[in-house]
Design a protein around this ligand. Structure first.
Ligand code: CA
Length: 257
């Protein structure tokens, strides 16, 4: 997506003069956000954009100070740079997941694929690769907050404007009104990714979560189970269960309100 990526060094000049909330927080979700980022320019830029979008923002460049915040007053959402000078970002992430902190979006360097995967395994809700545009950050924040607010206990969950319905209690899925016959493993895969639409699940995470469904437990065999699941879902199979290259899979359709 090179057209939406803006290098930090040139970004502030090009966006100076934007009106507050010009394109942010479309869905009206605002939160107390903790930004943990040791690079001052990025930190301050994030603060400006988040405040414009209506969020209340605390920032720190110190992992130790972030830990104090997590204990004293956990934020509703945290942006966490994994490359911090004083604490391993993954350790801090693990602490945050154990705390009362809301969703966590991890910021990583482009080449740090392992960090990204590890971050998701530890419980991060999303990740953003540097360099990124502030607009991308705001959209991802909106998505994460929206997911949290639409987490549903409804008997039948609806996705893709009513096309895919999942009834967990009856253990039934229908697509365009037709029942989809799924094996226990396929059902497990579908319901895990549908639990948080848009969130990427790594293969090893899927192995762990689907294991309860009599799954043999090999990471690579996830791929063949996904392939079979997609076939059951027909022409839209690959759009419903999307591949995220180098990371894993996610539900490509969003949950209906
Ligand atoms: Ca850093």
């Amino acid at each position: 997506m090179p057209d939406v990526e803006i290098l930090w060094s040139s970004e502030p000049r090009s966006t100076r003069g934007l009106e507050p909330s010009a394109n942010a927080g479309q869905d009206g979700y605002v939160a107390s956000v903790l930004v943990v980022e040791d690079e001052r320019d990025i930190r301050e830029l994030l603060r400006r954009y988040l405040e414009r979008a209506g969020h209340s923002v605390r920032t720190t460049g110190s992992g130790a100070e972030a830990l104090n915040y997590l204990i004293a007053s956990p934020p509703e959402l945290m942006l966490l740079d994994l490359g911090l000078p004083d604490i391993d970002g993954l350790d801090l992430l693990a602490e945050a997941v154990r705390s009362d902190c809301g969703p966590i979006i991890v910021l990583t360097a482009r080449n740090a694929v392992e960090d990204r995967i590890r971050g998701l395994e530890l419980g991060a809700d999303d990740y953003i690769v540097k360099p990124f545009s502030p607009r991308e950050v705001l959209l991802r924040i909106d998505n994460v907050l929206k997911r949290g607010s639409t987490a549903t206990t409804a008997a039948v969950e609806s996705f893709g404007a009513g096309r895919l319905l999942i009834d967990r209690q009856r253990r039934e899925a229908t697509l365009d009104g037709d029942p989809v016959e799924l094996t226990p493993t396929q059902w497990g895969l579908l319901t895990v990714v549908a639990g948080t639409p848009g969130r990427v699940f790594t293969r090893s995470e899927l192995v762990n979560r689907v294991r309860g469904y009599e799954f043999d437990g090999y990471e690579r065999s996830i791929d063949s189970h996904v392939k079979n699941l997609r076939q059951k879902l027909g022409p839209d199979g690959a759009a419903i269960v999307q591949t995220v290259f180098g990371v894993g899979y996610r539900l490509g359709w969003s949950r209906d309100e």
